[in-house]
Design a binder for this molecule. Structure first.
Ligand SMILES: Nc1ncnc2c1ncn2[C@@H]1O[C@H](COP(=O)(O)OP(=O)(O)OP(=O)(O)O)[C@@H](O)[C@H]1O
Length: 604
């Protein structure tokens, strides 16, 4: 038992230091040196934890020396401390202080240290209560430092990286070394240089050995080429936690313009699944409950933060899904009629924009807040194809011609079969495909494109809501990602935050819509007139129509009842009954005894 414990301790020491420190004493009074070495090593090894003590000691020594040599310097020290605090608070981000709380903490420490040093320089360390203040205040300020999660993680990572030479030796990658490392919320990533002749394929083959040597869980290590794609470099990604283990709350919009790629959620290696929507159409597919609406929420949440996008939406489930966004959506169609009108207007917009571009000799519409892009989100596309099949021509038009003029379609549907997509070219025009879980293997090809299943896009294996595969020009290998989850409160607060920055459509588009609608009104009026005329022709033969025609054309003094009886060929009571009815409705009036006319002229 004891032997096993000792061996374990030895192994741990070897992992940490790369060798087993051996202490040899020859009885010549070397013990103090050895102890000093060990203490020195400990002070260095635990430098991060001991940093507050080092700082306090430095302040106390510097303050004492300055008090005896330059006591008149205290105002400069005070100004320096204040200036350092100001710099850290405002620009600390550039020094790696990513969170506001971290910058605030650093500023408080700088301010406190500067003030205390100035006081000690002026008054001396024996001045009450400067010494207890250093102890008490130092302890209070040290606590957040000691418990800070990212600092602890950084220390742990540094220790793991210190052990890399031995790990590399043990797993056959001797000579590779760390160049840089960063810690993030999911774990850490480091850039490595390989020894001569080693390749990234060698490293990929050693992943299980690396996981074992670093003591991580299985699947925690990923190896990627570096951004510069050098053959003798690689990036090691080590996850402390599985980013997909639980629902991932939406951290807020990742963009402020449609020209930037939108972050949908993390891949398994915790890098962001970012995708550009400008001049692209998108299709989201997956079984009921797989997270399509959640994905749409992430997209809309980001789009609402872009003042260069106008959002239109169609939600034929009576607006159940998209209603919460309504204040940020310029136009929401919840009935087939509204959807038809919306798509018709979108085509008018794209045609007007295309004509405007052509008149200026410009090829593409560059979105700005004055000339915004138009994104049309359609939740459950199959319902649109079912309830408003005649709108297929418009969706087709938008899908084919919308890119250059920044009119984008985003469609979500369970199974994008040709029938569900309305028989047009919409599906084939979708440049960005997001597949949530599908039930049948063949649905993978339906959503992601023909042949994708065969080359490893296994959306049928996604095992939790919100998990998806993303296919887009910049995403051509299958990597599992999980969409952020927006709870109702996040939607409400996002709407509240962005409602004031929502743009309206540009004049070119608005005029096109007005003209299209006026054209439709004219067309409808014509149709109505024609149908009335047709009705009139038909009705001319009826006694009612004859009666009404005579009354309408009657002169000022009215028309005699005898004429009406004769012309209609009806009985006197019949004529009087009709006259009474028309009179009750205010449509005719008795001018004098036995003479009637219509009141139409009176109202003009
Ligand atoms: N990204 C996510 N992370 C965790 N859970 C999620 C995520 N997205 C969705 N869910 C869970 O799955 C449930 C169903 O999601 P959602 O309504 O988005 O699916 P859907 O594919 O749109 O379904 P339907 O086709 O029936 O509308 C949600 O109520 C939520 O609890």
């Amino acid at each position: 038992m004891a032997r096993a414990r000792q061996m374990r301790r030895q192994a741990r020491t070897i992992r940490r230091y790369g060798y087993q420190p051996m202490i040899v004493m020859n009885g010549d009074g070397q013990l103090p040196d050895v102890i000093a070495t060990l203490i020195g090593r400990g002070l260095w090894r635990y430098r991060s934890e001991l940093a507050p003590i080092y700082l306090a000691t430095t302040l106390a020594s510097a303050g004492t020396v300055l008090h005896f040599t330059h006591p008149q310097w205290w105002p400069y020290l005070l100004v320096a401390g204040t200036f350092a605090a100001w710099l850290l608070a405002l620009f600390g981000e550039h020094a790696g202080l990513a969170l506001r709380a971290e910058r605030l903490y650093a500023a408080v420490v700088a301010m406190s240290a500067g003030s205390w040093l100035a006081a000690v320089t002026a008054l001396g360390i024996t001045f009450w209560p400067l010494a207890p203040l250093l102890l008490g205040g130092g302890l209070m300020l040290a606590l957040p430092w000691w418990v800070h999660r990212r600092r602890c993680a950084k220390v742990r990572v540094n220790r793991q990286l210190d052990a890399w030479p031995d790990i590399a030796q043990a797993i056959g990658l001797a000579g590779s070394h760390v160049q840089s490392a960063v810690v993030d919320v999911w774990g850490w990533r480091a850039r490595f240089a390989l020894a001569r002749g080693q390749t990234i394929q060698d490293v990929i083959g050693k992943i299980p050995a690396i996981e074992s040597a670093l003591g991580t869980f299985r699947g925690a290590v990923r190896v990627h080429p570096t951004r510069d794609d050098k053959a003798n470099r690689f990036e090691l990604r080590v996850l402390d936690t599985d980013p997909h283990a639980d629902a991932i709350p939406w951290p807020g919009p990742s963009v402020s313009s449609i020209t930037e790629p939108i972050d949908l959620g993390p891949f398994e290696d915790a890098t962001s699944a970012r995708v550009l929507l400008l001049r692209r159409h998108g299709l989201l597919g997956g079984v009921a409950g797989s997270g399509k609406s959640g994905g749409i929420n992430v997209l809309i949440g980001n789009l609402t933060a872009c003042p260069d996008v106008v959002i239109w939406a169609i939600d034929l489930k009576l607006g159940m899904e998209l209603q919460p966004w309504v204040s940020c959506i310029d136009r929401l169609a919840t009935t087939p009629e509204q959807a038809r009108a919306l798509l018709r207007d979108a085509v008018a917009v794209l045609e007007a924009r295309a004509a405007w571009l052509a008149s200026r000799g410009v090829r593409v519409w560059e979105p700005t807040s004055a000339l915004p892009a138009l994104v049309i989100v359609i939740d459950e596309y199959a319902e649109l194809a079912d309830d408003a099949p005649d709108s297929a021509r418009d969706t087709d038009s938008i899908a084919r011609r919308g890119r250059a003029v920044a009119v984008t379609l985003i469609a979500a549907t369970q199974r994008p079969t040709q029938k569900a997509m309305g028989k047009g070219a919409v599906r084939s025009q979708m440049d960005v495909r997001v597949s949530f879980r599908v039930r049948e293997r063949r649905d993978v090809d339906l959503i992601l494109g023909q042949g994708m299943l065969d080359v490893g896009w296994h959306a049928q294996r996604l095992n939790a809501p919100g998990k998806f595969l993303l296919s887009a020009p910049e995403h051509d290998i299958p990597r599992r990602a999980r969409a952020y989850l927006l709870i109702d409160e996040a939607v409400a607060s996002t709407v509240h935050k962005h409602v004031d920055i929502r743009p309206t459509l540009d004049e070119i588009s608005q005029t096109a819509i007005e003209e299209a609608q006026a054209g439709i009104r004219l067309h409808t009026a014509d149709e109505q007139e024609q149908s009335l005329a047709a009705e009139g022709d038909e009705a001319c033969e009826s006694p009612e129509a004859i009666l009404w025609a005579l009354l309408s054309g009657a002169p000022e003094e009215g028309i005699p009842v005898s004429h009406l009886i004769k012309a209609t060929n009806m009985s006197r009571p019949w004529v009087y009954q009709r006259l009474r009815d028309l009179s009750d409705g205010g449509r005719v009036t008795q001018v004098s005894r036995g003479r009637w006319r219509s009141t139409a002229d009176d109202s003009q």
